[in-house]
Write a protein that binds this ligand. Structure first.
Ligand code: GAP
Length: 458
């Protein structure tokens, strides 16, 4: 299916108007690249995280969850390589003082035809000068040389200067999974191959071109590390590629809006690496990553901690450091993709245009809206609302015409509207309106609960 005419401006406006996502610290003039989820947005994001957890932990044969601390021993980041080399190539415009990533400037200037990942800093500088790549803010071409800044946010621990120690807000959740490898293996008695998953906040001092929640300085990651024996790693890498793809299809993504992108330049420890890209409103870009990280992470933590992280096979007694297949996806980036995939503007028979979010019902903030046709039907409507609330997240609306109320629910993607009318008083049934087909069916509240349970399961 061709991509719909959704723009970032339309999404941002809808999200703000309907309580999905607000600009961070808005009453103080905002804070660049931070966003706050509103009452509708937090439900959708929680549903995405739940769906991911269900698929990759609950339904997995041998995967376990952790919730590790955000603040970790600083040695963790030395072992992982983040202290030494987690940086972006940044350039300042001497004219307007705005700061930019050299790789982003090259990508935008070449319209994605030149891959800056394959260039050294010197080569990027040369490209920018030779091709007169100018500042996107003021239009001048007067750049400082490239400088690299570590992306980790620093803070310090301790109450006096003497005891101050530099620590970091974690830039990824993955290390909390690696350092707990043996804790999880011993307490669950898991046999390799097995997985450790985590959902949590990560922080990066990023310069971003402002694509809404695509790249922010504080975000959530959903990461899964699969520990396996060397030799089986490529098979599991292929398996995770397929599972990550299927997860997106099951959420309702059109396969034509997704594609695999193999990395042109592999990190020194990686054997295989790819992204799944999505066609975001601003163009194709990374949605998630799948990496064969070899035994690099556990070996480095073994070296830096001085503690053995070898696994002992209970049958053969063989000792080895497992290989890791990592599958990593940002919850906020997935949210942006889900929002843009769901967005639609439909012209109705009467010529009116309705904006509708076609979320998978399991992902929608509210599974149903209870709408009394008239205000004097509030009592039976609230009784039905209370019954439904025991099972799902449900909303209630009695303000304005029924048509306007349907439109409001369409805009936040509520899959079903239950209307309480005068027939409800006679036989106890309600009408259930389907968001996508707009067809209505009468059923009892009990039948509606069974119907919603079936339709809203992921
Ligand atoms: N542990 C591997 C890792 O962190 P990554 O490619 O840097 O790899 C994984 O991040 C995923 O996290 C990305 O595919 C993206 O979905 C999300 N992500 C990364 N940086 C982000 C940011 N600044 N804002 C929002 N999401 C981000």
């Amino acid at each position: 299916m061709a991509k719909k005419a959704v723009t970032m401006d339309k999404l941002v406006a809808l999200c703000k108007a309907r309580g999905i996502i607000f600009p961070g610290s808005e009453i103080y003039g905002g804070m660049g690249n931070t966003w706050d989820y509103g009452p509708v947005g937090v439900e959708i994001k929680n549903n995405l995280k739940r769906a991911w957890w269900k698929r990759f932990v609950q339904e997995s044969e041998n995967s376990y969850g952790v919730d590790a601390a955000i603040l970790m021993n600083a040695r963790v980041w030395e072992a992982s390589g983040h202290t030494a080399s987690f940086s972006d190539p940044k350039m300042d415009c001497r004219n307007c003082k705005s700061r930019h990533r050299a790789d982003n400037l090259i990508e935008a200037h070449s319209k994605g035809k030149v891959n800056p990942d394959l260039m050294s800093n010197e080569e990027m500088e040369a490209y920018i000068n030779e091709h007169h790549v100018c500042c996107p803010v003021c239009g001048k071409c007067d750049w400082t040389p490239i400088r690299t800044f570590n992306l980790m946010f620093e803070t310090s621990r301790g109450v006096t200067d003497e005891s101050q120690n530099k620590i970091y807000l974690r830039p990824e959740t993955a290390q909390g999974e690696f350092v707990n490898f043996l804790n999880v293996q011993r307490t669950t008695r898991a046999k390799v191959p097995f997985g450790i998953a985590q959902v949590g906040k990560a922080f990066r001092n990023e310069i971003t071109p402002g694509n809404f929640i695509f790249r922010t300085i504080e975000f959530e990651q959903m990461e899964h590390q699969w520990f396996c024996k060397e030799g089986t790693d490529s098979e599991y890498y292929a398996q995770f590629k397929a599972q990550a793809w299927q997860f997106l299809l099951d959420l309702g993504f059109d396969a034509e809006h997704l594609r695999f992108h193999d990395h042109d330049k592999l990190a020194h420890y990686a054997k295989e690496a790819c992204d799944i890209q999505y066609e975001f409103p601003m163009g194709w870009n990374e949605l998630n990553g799948i990496h064969n990280r070899t035994d690099y992470d556990l070996s480095r933590h073994q070296e830096y901690s001085g503690k053995s992280l070898a696994y002992v096979d209970p049958v053969t007694q063989e000792r080895y450091i497992p290989y890791v297949i990592e599958y990593s996806i940002g919850a906020d980036r997935l949210m942006l993709a889900v929002l843009s995939e769901a967005y639609d503007e439909e012209t109705l028979e009467n010529g009116e245009v309705r904006t509708v979010m076609h979320f998978h019902p399991a992902i929608a903030a509210y599974k149903a809206a209870v709408l009394p046709l008239q205000k004097n039907l509030a009592e039976p409507a609230k009784a039905i609302l209370a019954k439904l609330k025991k099972h799902f997240s449900v909303t209630y609306d009695d303000a304005g015409s029924i048509g306007k109320r349907y439109r409001r629910q369409d805009e936040i993607g509520t899959p079903y509207c239950l209307t309480i009318d005068f027939t409800t008083l006679e036989d106890g049934t309600v009408t259930v309106r389907d968001r996508d087909s707009m067809e209505q069916t009468r059923m009892t509240p009990e039948q509606a609960i069974a119907f919603l349970t079936e339709k809203c399961t992921f």
